[in-house]
Design a binder for this molecule. Structure first.
Ligand code: GLC
Length: 568
């Protein structure tokens, strides 16, 4: 027994990643936060026009709270041209009338706060709508108030950097031909309707007069405007921002050093002083860089270097295409962990002491979890166990808690392209349009799942074994057991050569857990290091799960499509 203790103590010393304390500048509420992402057009319609709105969200706050989440991230609610789901902003200071008024937004914040829920808005920092009054003025003439908010190349160079920018494409591919007086080109950030805001260029080329330095008057005015937008909403009580395409601001910045500097030395520094309890979440898809830039957390999902796509999808966004290898979370059990592990481990190690890597259950830009043959509640429970027991701050995409199913037939809507199928309206109950809206069915924002047996919140509430109730239980457990939380260390204990089941250790102080994940439709057994004591099962959806101690090694056997959580 003594030898067993020594061996296991040594193994721990050799393999446990040292855990540093969270970044002291992060808001105090962040390490216990669990986010719920709401796509406002699709959550709850209150006025019967077929499109969700803010009063609708307010009416569902008690449900949101009941899941166990502590914060909401709202996709953009600003006045928009609706050519990119709200990411083409016409007025950064005003709520789009489809959602209500600024007063409704403040009411949402107040009502959420009364329930202990934070509200985070989307900050579209890199571009506006081409209908924004700033752009309408800028395109007319130089030397007006907003002229230098945008970039107006006088010609298109023959060649340029090959480095892909955030959102895809090289800088040259962002030149949009225009017959506007300031033409012949402007630079866009994403779609043609989204001209890039001017935060300057890294190493401006003197033969390209449109390339202003990052500290030139135009880019400096742009910085002041962005801070003003942040203050406008923070002073109304919101709790921070998820910053859209945060890596895209400085152009020609191939190694991102100027963009990192801009955030770190200006925006984040200022924001942390003004709003110490405010949060800045990056959409950068590279936490190593974004936490260096001062962001509190960043996403690790479908984009960037593949990130977690190999776990969930055939292809990067779940729509097939690249590398059609089977995903890990698939009942066939033919997937692997190596690609994901290498990418995740690098990011996880890089953010220690600086911020968090968040693996959301989904978002509005790629296929839902409930898709590609992974649609049963038990399969989804296994995936949710993974999402809610990994380090960092969890994000649940609205509806994933009930298994809202991807609609592959959803027609492209308001610039969604192939992304409409995940932006489907929430399914609440057995009434018309599942309680989402009283509008006629042909007016519903995006068609809902027509299956009469579709899961709804009402059905899920009534079934103790539902995914919803499982998620609630997991979030209660995560709150109680700090070793399952954001700051506890993480280490893969099982072997990459035998990926089913995956077993990882979570540890904080004297508390230690193993999480066992088996998405395959086969019962499996895994060999593990010798432990001094047998752990206790504290959670999971397993039908059978046993931990056996052995002289040469311990083993865990777990039933098909099962997850289990052990505590030592
Ligand atoms: C981000 C958003 C996406 C949007 C794009 C341009 O990636 O998540 O929905 O289309 O930026 O703003």
């Amino acid at each position: 027994m003594k030898l067993r203790l020594i061996i296991s103590a040594l193994a721990c010393l050799m393999t446990t990643t040292a855990l540093s304390a969270p970044d002291p500048s992060q808001p105090s509420w962040l390490s216990d936060a669990v986010f719920y992402q709401i796509y406002p057009s699709s959550f709850q319609d209150s006025d019967g026009n077929g499109i969700g709105d803010i009063p609708g969200i307010i009416s569902r706050l008690d449900y949101i709270k009941s899941i166990g989440v502590t914060a909401i991230w709202l996709n953009p609610v600003y006045v928009s041209g609706w050519t990119d789901g709200g990411y083409d902003v016409i007025d950064f200071y005003k709520v789009d009338p489809r959602f209500g008024t600024n007063t409704d937004l403040v009411e949402l914040v107040n009502q959420a706060h009364a329930r202990g829920i934070k509200v985070v808005m989307d900050l579209v920092a890199g571009h506006s709508s081409d209908q924004n009054e700033w752009f309408l003025q800028s395109k007319e003439a130089p030397n007006l108030r907003y002229s230098d908010y945008y970039i107006w190349p006088s010609f298109k160079p023959q060649s340029g950097s090959n480095v892909q920018m955030q959102g895809g494409g090289t800088l040259l591919s962002k030149f949009v031909a225009t017959d506007a007086p300031r033409g012949p080109f402007y630079i866009k950030n994403f779609f043609d309707t989204q001209p890039a805001l001017n935060f300057g260029f890294a190493n401006p080329d003197p033969s390209h007069p449109w390339e202003q330095a990052v500290d030139a008057p135009g880019p400096m005015a742009m910085r002041r405007e962005l801070k003003n937008i942040m203050s406008f909403w923070m002073d109304k009580g919101v709790d921070g921002f998820r910053v859209d395409m945060a890596a895209s601001l400085v152009k020609n910045d191939d190694d991102k050093s100027e963009t990192i500097k801009l955030w770190k030395e200006d925006f984040v520094k200022w924001f942390d002083q003004e709003y110490p309890e405010g949060i800045l979440i990056a959409e950068w898809f590279n936490p190593a860089q974004s936490t260096e830039a001062g962001f509190d957390l960043d996403f690790f999902c479908h984009d960037g270097q593949y990130n977690y796509s190999t776990l969930f999808f055939y292809g990067r966004r779940g729509r097939g295409g690249q590398e059609p290898t089977p995903p890990y979370f698939d009942k066939a059990g033919g997937g692997g962990l190596q690609t994901w592990y290498n990418l995740y481990k690098y990011q996880y190690d890089s953010v220690q002491g600086k911020g968090y890597v968040s693996m959301p259950s989904g978002n509005h830009d790629f296929n839902r979890l409930c898709t590609e043959g992974r649609t049963t509640p038990e399969e989804l429970k296994v995936a949710m166990t993974f999402f809610l027991t990994m380090p960092g701050v969890p994000f649940i995409f609205y509806g994933d808690e009930i298994g809202l199913k991807q609609n592959p037939a959803a027609p492209p809507t308001e610039g969604s392209g192939g992304r409409a199928g995940c932006r489907i309206p929430m399914l609440w109950d057995g009434s018309a349009n599942a309680g989402f809206s009283t509008a006629p069915i042909d007016k519903i924002y995006i068609p809902q799942d027509p299956d009469p047996d579709r899961m709804t919140v009402e059905k899920a509430e009534a079934d103790p074994a539902s995914l919803l109730n499982y998620v609630r239980g997991l979030l209660r457990l995560r709150k109680e057991v700090k070793a399952l939380g954001a700051d506890a260390s993480w280490r893969l204990v099982s072997s990459l050569e035998q990926p089913y089941p995956m077993v990882y250790e979570r540890k904080l102080g004297g508390e230690r857990c193993y999480v066992v994940i088996n998405p395959s439709a086969k019962a499996v057994t895994v060999n593990l290091p010798v432990e001094a004591s047998k752990p206790e099962l504290i959670g999971g959806n397993y039908r059978k799960c046993t931990y056996k101690q052995g002289r040469k090694g311990d083993t865990i056997s777990i039933s098909a499509t099962s997850a289990a959580i052990f505590k030592f």
